[in-house]
Design a protein around this ligand. Sequence first.
Ligand SMILES: [Zn+2]
Length: 450
Amino acid sequence: MSYDLVIKNGLLITASESFIADVAISGERIAAIGTDLSGGREIDARGLYVLPGAIDGHVHLTDPTYPPYSIPTADSFGSGTVAAAFGGVTTVIDFAQPAPGQSLIEGLDRRQEDADGHAVVDYALHLTLRDRDPARLAEVPAVFQRGVPSFKFFMAYEGYRLDDVAMFRAMEAVAAHDGLAIVHAENFDIITELRRRLRAERKFGPRWHVAACPSVAEGEAVHRALALAHLAGARVLIYHQSCIEGLREIRLAKARGQAAFGEVCVQYLVLTDEVYERDDLTAQALAISPPLRGKEHQAALWQGLADGTLDIVSTDHNPRHRQDQPLHHPPGTSSIETRLALMHTFGVKAGRLSLNRWVEVCCSRPARVFGLTGKGRLAPNYDADIVLFDPTVEVALTTGTLHSSIGFCTYEGMRTIGFPVMTISRGEAIVENGNFVGKPGRGRFVERGF
Ligand SMILES: [Zn+2]
């Protein structure tokens, strides 16, 4: 039998095993894994790793409202997903964030209009619930029917944050449909108070960011979010875990049998709070929330990722352009293209993660946690989302070599060992030989469910 496309002799790496084989694709799906398979097009992957396409379950593209400032994200669904494709990412999950008073379905419609015809890899949406009006909860079943089974709740940021009661009620509504509650967990009242005191002492800028957002205030909020989800009976994912205190809470929740998951973003694993001492525009751009923390926290995050306390690695990709009036760089990091390579370099090559765990946290486990039932595995009938990764090529990370539409690189000057060299999305090679060769706007909205 002849297939449309066969990737030959690569080292297939899945969440559980590594072996040399051919992958055959018919149409948009994987048709067979085996040896001596042949097809209309054959790609020699000898010496390369063959992985399921990476999934980034936390990105912000084409978003003029992203908190804490209403300054648009630099990357659109177009530019951001091209950068993603170069980085071996075949699915991203962004957010519909209906304004208070707006119907959830209308918010979802508007957001799909932002993405459709622009995204070049497949995309899905989480629904950010910002409105405590009970009328919104009545719309939750309709959101599920649209293939959006995950709801994001902010415990921080004016205009976004929900109080405990509103979040608890929303978690119950999510639980009633067996959905996923996702939480940005920080104690915002305490952060606001600490920041007010620092300002009164004329302590401004990135140098004071960690003092305003201490890890204890994050750990307290993680505890509360997990406790409320436990009471509501909702499965829950804690976003961008940055600290020892939060990890401890996730570990306890898992130990009591709760369906609790942890995400870490690559910047917390690769950068530390030392960058804030520069107090310059770069430091301002890295003044994200929760903040980058010290080495002891970073070591604990790597340990938590290796031992399963943390389930997935995402990016929270949300870089924004420098503002010239007044001179200021709004916070936001860019990792949508560099995550797989950075995790290979600082995880696998540094001896912190096995090859299989690397694939699990970047590619396979996100599909399970987010309900992407047709993606994340190298197996027949799954979408043919596949990355060829050269584990030996060295790449210097700098603005000029990356594809995001921003004028700075979060990891400027770092070198990766290994980088994706070909990306296949639903059976179609979209990045090869250093070029994007897919059709503009070819990405599709993916309905999810558990
Ligand atoms: Zn985010």
